[in-house]
Design a protein around this ligand. Structure first.
Ligand code: GLN
Length: 535
């Protein structure tokens, strides 16, 4: 089969769901083809590692250890495949590449210019990544919005790429926003018309328009948009606001989006099996209401914990639970008073010492009051500190991350291979790592899934610099806090769990199980957390 390309651009404002459009196009195609998503970001950072999670949301870790934009989390959840770091392309990477070529003398005697040199480099990069990763369909999401100076070169590169492809091998989908301002009672298509004009002035003619607004697109708006974009009405789609993003494939399927993709790409695929599986899960009645606290220390932005929220959504569908999430911010003060309202609690990952003492008093409360609690990465490290301080009587127990002078009470200490590091970028303990499980509860839980591999091993993704101090591990293995998982080679503590006769669910992991949770295959530790609230 000849390679196919699907490009998604967006307009008016960010945050209207470009990723969901990209992921949905991939969702249908992935039923039959290998789909390779590529994200083109306009920023000059090489990758999102150095960016504030408040501005850009969570840093997602891929199986190859790359730290990428959280959109890749969404792609993986919709496409059922794993991405690689090379699929995340930033302007920083593009410029670094072009300057390297220039220094190497690749452009000797030439003036290096935005067009054609940088645009050629973008096209080459896309093709090179596509062939390196493999797959039949390359799904390209252009970050930002049309008209942003940062994405100009990407759009020009897309125009040039399209020139060399056959019509049936290339689709451009344009996502737009069709608002109803508060003072009128009519959907306004003018911004969409203008964006189409803008794209046309760049010789880009989208073949599919998807309109976003709270409600469905009206017939009148659909006609207007079709007229201005020189398309038939069937090529204009509507995605209204929905309670769950997982319903969007079936919303698009009802409008025959999948048939249009088939026709336009001159191919065929079966009705997506996944839509049926997802529809069944989504139609489960959510009988029991549960309140889950996420004890956080970043700004009030849900996106900072996007995968944790997604994993809870997956579990709520599987178990038929109506989960309300309470974000409890520990930066300003103690949140203990709000904890009695919780059915379960998650202490997620994080960095540095803000809010730490308040997170520790939260852990003490949920431990003593037997509220099911899952500690993730930093969360597990805090569970250990709290346990050492209040049960093992080591009042000065701490992490070197929060107090660099806490030695010899550094029950959480710097990983051995981090001690000599100066460069911070990409040097955390990343990747998909193996954990050897002891024959305890977590082991029995994973045993029920296909995630347990030969020799009682599981593979999860990691992102950390500190670990449980090996000198304390024996002391911590107190009668009722079991270290039940360690890394295969270095014996780093990866899982802890409390004796179930003492606490219904007090579990910590150094891994990030939320990153590999899927609607149809929720992360086992999240599933177990919520199951234990139902007992
Ligand atoms: N800050 C801790 C560390 O570096 C935990 C990291 C995390 O939660 N991702 O080890």
């Amino acid at each position: 089969m000849r390679k196919k390309y699907v490009v998604v651009t967006g307009w008016v404002i960010s945050g209207i769901g470009k990723w969901v459009t990209t992921a949905c196009a991939g969702f249908f195609l992935a039923e039959r083809f290998g789909v390779t998503p590529i994200k083109l970001d306009g920023y000059l950072n090489i990758d999102p590692w150095t960016m504030n999670p408040f501005e850009h949301g969570e840093v997602f870790v891929l199986a190859d250890g790359a730290e990428v934009d959280m959109d890749f989390g969404h792609y993986e959840r919709f496409l059922w495949n794993e991405s690689m770091g090379v699929q995340s392309i930033s302007m920083g990477k593009i410029y670094a590449g072009i300057l390297e070529k220039e220094r190497r003398g690749d452009f000797l005697w030439k003036t290096v210019q935005m067009i054609p040199h940088v645009t050629d480099h973008i096209c080459e990069r896309i093709e090179q990544v596509f062939s390196q990763v493999g797959g039949d369909v390359c799904l390209i999401e252009v970050g930002g919005t049309v008209g942003d100076i940062e994405v100009e070169l990407y759009l020009e590169a897309i125009r040039q790429m399209k020139r060399h492809k056959r019509k049936e091998d290339f689709i451009h989908i344009h996502l737009t926003y069709v608002p109803i301002p508060g003072w009128v009672d009519e959907q306004k298509t003018k911004p969409t018309q203008q964006s189409i004009n803008l794209l046309q002035s760049k010789w880009l003619f989208p073949e599919i328009i998807i309109a976003r607004w709270k409600e469905e697109l009206t017939q009148e708006s659909r006609e207007k948009i079709a007229l201005f974009s020189n398309l038939r009405e069937e090529r204009v789609f509507s995605i209204p606001d929905v309670a769950s993003v997982y319903t969007i494939p079936s919303i698009l399927e009802k409008q025959s989006f999948d048939s249009l993709l088939e026709g336009k790409l001159n191919t065929w695929f079966e009705k997506a099996r996944k839509t049926q599986i997802w529809e069944e899960l989504l139609s489960k009645e959510k009988k029991t209401k549960m309140t889950v606290g996420i004890i956080w220390k970043y700004m009030a932005l849900e996106d900072s914990y996007s995968s944790v929220v997604a994993a809870l959504e997956h579990v709520s569908m599987q178990l038929g639970l109506d989960i309300e999430i309470l974000f409890l911010d520990t930066r300003e003060g103690d949140v203990v008073e709000q904890l009695s309202a919780l059915d379960a609690c998650i202490i997620p990952g994080g960095f540095w010492n803000t809010g730490i003492e308040n997170m520790l008093s939260t852990i003490r409360y949920v431990r003593e009051n037997k509220i099911p609690c899952l500690g993730i990465c930093l969360g597990m490290q805090l569970m250990i500190i709290e346990f050492c301080r209040n049960i093992l009587n080591i009042p000065r127990a701490n992490s070197l991350e929060f107090d660099e002078h806490c030695h010899p009470y550094d029950v959480i200490t710097l990983l051995e291979d981090q001690k000599e590091l100066i460069q911070l970028w990409g040097t955390m303990r990343l990747w998909k790592q193996s954990t050897l499980l002891d024959d305890w509860q977590i082991y029995n839980l994973y045993k029920k899934t296909s995630r347990l591999q030969k020799g009682a091993q599981i593979y999860e993704r990691f992102r950390h610099r500190y670990e449980v101090n090996p000198l304390y591990a024996d002391k911590i293995e107190h009668a009722w806090l079991k270290i039940s998982g360690r890394s295969k080679r270095q014996q780093i503590v990866q899982c802890i769990e409390m004796d179930p006769s003492i606490h219904p669910y007090f579990v910590g992991t150094q891994a990030h199980p939320e990153l590999t949770s899927r609607l149809e295959d929720p992360a086992p530790l999240f599933l177990w957390l919520m199951e234990s609230t139902m007992k």
